[in-house]
Each structure stands twice: as C-alpha cells, then as structure tokens.
Design a binder for this molecule. Sequence first.
Ligand SMILES: Nc1nc2c(ncn2[C@@H]2O[C@H](COP(=O)(O)OP(=O)(O)OP(=O)(O)O)[C@@H](O)[C@H]2O)c(=O)[nH]1
Length: 313
Amino acid sequence: MAIQWYPGHMTQARKKAEETMEFTDMVIEVLDARVPAASHNPMIDEMRLFRQRPQLKILNKADLADPAATQAWLNYFNAQPNTKAVALSCKKAGDAKKIPAICKKITPHRGTHLKPLRMLIMGIPNVGKSTLMNALLNRRVAKVGDEPAVTKNQQRFDLDDTMSITDTPGMMWPRIAYESDGYMLAASHAIGRNAVIDEDVATFLANNLLKSYPALLNARYKLDAMKLDVTQMDGVDLLDAIAKRRSYKRHDGLWDMEKTAVAFLTDYRSGAIGRVSLETPTSRAEMMAISQISPANNSEQAAETDDSTNSAQ
Ligand SMILES: Nc1nc2c(ncn2[C@@H]2O[C@H](COP(=O)(O)OP(=O)(O)OP(=O)(O)O)[C@@H](O)[C@H]2O)c(=O)[nH]1
C-alpha cells in the first residue's frame, strides 16, 4: 500500500514552479534534517535538471536532528554534482543569514546589479520554507504554521538589488511509493492527518526510535522506573507504556491509544524526545536494497497517476 496525499492546489503550484524555473539561476531545496531523503521531492530534481540549475540543499530543523546523522547526510549530498548542502535551523536568524553568501559562491556569474541572482525556494510542505523566507528578509512575508500546505501561492522578493528570491508552496509528488517514507513524512508533519492513521504513524516512529535511540526514550518516558527494559520492547509495547505512565484512559476504561499516539508524535515533532533522525545514508541504502521498487519506477508511477483521482485536503 502506497500513501497518497496530494492537495488540489499542488498541481497548479507545480506548473507555476516549472515556468519560474526558466528564469531561475539556482534552486534552494529545503529538506527536513531528520528525514533528508524521505523529504526530497523527486519532481524538484526533474525540473531543476531539465534547466541544468545548481542547487543548495538546506537540511533545516537541524536543531531537532541527530548531529551525527546530519553530518553523514552532508557528506553524502556534498559529493553530488552541482550540489552544495548545509545544515541549519531557520528559527535561528543568524543561521539563515549565511545563505546569500553561499548562494553567490554557487553562481559566481550572477549576483550583480546587471545580473541579479534569482533563487527559487522549493520543498515539500512544512519543512520551513516560509520560516526561511521570513528570516532572509527580516520581516514576516510568509505565513508559518506547523501544519502541512500552509503556503498556497508563489511570491517573489528582492533581498537587495543584486539578489531576488521566490518562495513556492510546499509540493508533494502524487504517489509516495515507499511506505516508510510516507510514515516518516507523516511523523514529521509533512503530509496531512487525513492521509494516515496517527496510531500507525506513532507505532512506526516508536519502532524506528527504539532501534536507534533507546536511551533517549528511556529517559523521556522513565521506562526503567516502570521496571521495563527498553531493549526488549517494540513500538506497541512503548506506546502501551506511555499510555499507562500518563494514565491516558478512555471513558470505557480502556487505554486511550489515539491520545497516546498524538502525544508521542507531538513529543517527536517538538524535539521533546531529544535530537533524533529517522534515516541515515546507510539505512536509506539498506531500505532501497530491500525494496523491490527502484526510484526510476517511482517517478514513472507518479507521472502516470491522474492528479484528480488522488487529491485529498
Ligand atoms: N525546530 C525548528 N522548527 C522549525 C524550523 N524551521 C521551521 N520550523 C517550524 O516548522 C513549522 C513549519 O514551518 P513553515 O515555515 O510554515 O514551513 P513551510 O515549508 O513554509 O510549510 P508549507 O507552507 O506547508 O509549505 C513551523 O511550526 C515552524 O515554526 C527549524 O529550523 N527548527
């Protein structure tokens, strides 16, 4: 089963982005540092490579991600042609201020009064594009919210008279072929709640974090105080333990697993569990090797999918 979530306005956004790409010198792709591969939209590469534009990949929300995993991703992306990658937190004003100088280095032939540097910010929903725009421009030009697809229209601004920047609405591709990508995106709130069931996403997240960050989970939920051995637990056990620890009960006396799932996801999204990443270049390569589907098949399937049949708000 592949997760499908493609709000109607994204078809329009994709067409507009394709048009704008012609008059763009470089692409700034904003990724979620906790899931840099899952949060990469393959359609962005298709548009960018068609016009042969270089890219800056921003691994945003680095304040929430595991620094070792982020470094591994930076090494991985920086080895790719026509690509520069940096990790930062757009919430820190100082971090975003470094970006214009990096962009000028990527496109040395632009960035003058005669030939201003035209940058296009792209990325899936909720990765922090609007936060980045606001930080770059030092004023609130874009609406920020921890819900996917807040931004609906493209907007262009001058940073000064040598650089301009265009913000695009968060764009998904029509079909997320790897189920684990869908869950990672849902956990990070890049796709809407109507596309997934919170309990499924929380169980996926719990299993993932138990593998890589048992000590952080133990510390957050005081599992040893409940005489539980975190190394012997699976995702369902962990969510059960959280429900009991917090006494989340329904009116009928059963444990409220829906409320527990939402609380666990909220902890992950806010960083309350600690700095964690859900994938590394190594885990990604393993997942791809296990899966029978190649990335080429994904984009073919996406292109074949009729947008109108799987739109969901
Ligand atoms: N911790 C942390 N949160 C961030 C960072 N950047 C953005 N956020 C939060 O992430 C959420 C989404 O940010 P937006 O800037 O609205 O994301 P967007 O990519 O413009 O979203 P869409 O409009 O849906 O496309 C908001 O709650 C932001 O406060 C960051 O670097 N660190």
